[in-house]
Design a protein around this ligand. Sequence first.
Ligand SMILES: [Zn+2]
Length: 316
Amino acid sequence: MGRTDFPRTILEFQARFVDEQACLDYLFACRWPEGFVCPRCHRQKAWPVSARGTWECSGCHRQTSLTAGTVLHKTHTPLQLWFWAAYLMTTGTPGISAVQLQRQLGLTRYQTAWTMLHKLRRAMKDPTRKMLSGEVEVDECEVGGRATGRRGGRSLTARAAEVIVAVEVRGQGSGRVRMQVIHDATSQTLCGFVVENVAPGSIVHTDGWMGYVPLAKKGYEHRPRSQRAARKADDPDPVMPRVHRAISNFKSWLRGTHRSVSNEHLQVYLDEFVFRYNRRGTPMAAFRTILGLESEQTPATYQQITAEGPHAKRQT
Ligand SMILES: [Zn+2]
C-alpha cells in the first residue's frame, strides 16, 4: 500500500491521520511521491524549517510550504480537523451541513465550520474538467422560491432561481452532469452554456424553445422535442427524463442536507452536487481534490466567500 493510498474505513482513517504530523506526512507524500525535489534547482535534499510543513532546499535555500496552493494554506484550524471535514464531506453520500460538522468536530463556533465547508466546496469546481460529449439532454428549471408568509390572503414567495442543466445519455442511465444558475433564457445564455460545457459534434436534446435554435449552427446535432407536442401525440417516451431526474435529485439533496439555501449561494451548492454526482465512484480522488492536493488553482479566501453572500460577517 503506497503512502498516498486512501483509508478504506473510518477506523483506518482515524489511525492514519492520528495527529498533525501524520497529516503533514500525507501532504508531503502527495506533493513529492518520489521524495523531495526543489521546485527551483531540482536538488533532492531539504530540511524542515517549521512545524507547519515548510521545507528548505539545501542547495538554493528556497523554502517550500507543503500547504501552498491548497485549501489548508495559512489556516489556523488544525490540519487534522480539515482532513476530517474533507473525509466527512466526501464519503458521506449526502454530504454534511455546517451544523453537523460543528457538532462532529467539536468546534466552538458555527462560523468556523461554515467557512471550512465553503472553502472545500470552492475546490469542487474544476476549471480543467472535460466537456460532456456523445448525446446530451439540456433543459432549464426553477429552484427555490419558497413561501415566506402571507399578506392579505396572498402568499409571498421568495424569487426562485433559474438553473440550466445538462446530462449525458448513457444507455438508460445518466453520465456526467453540469448545472448552472442563469439570469435569463435568451439564446445567448442558453447556447453559451452548451458551448462551454458540451463538446462540438455532440447530439443535443432540448425542448422546443426557440432559444436553442442557434445550436444547429454552432456545430451540434440539435434535436428539439416539444413537451406539448409529445403530450398531444400521446408519445409514451418522456421528454428529457435524465435532466428531470437530476434536478429532482438535486432538490431533495438540498432539502435533506442543507434545508434552504439563498440564491446568492445556489451555484456553490450546484457545484457540490455535480461534483458528488460525477465522482460517485471515487471518494479518494474527491478527498484529495477538495483539499486542493492535486490542482493548481488558488483556494478561495474567507473574504471571497463572504463577499458573494453576507451569510456571516465575523472573521475567523
Ligand atoms: Zn533548491
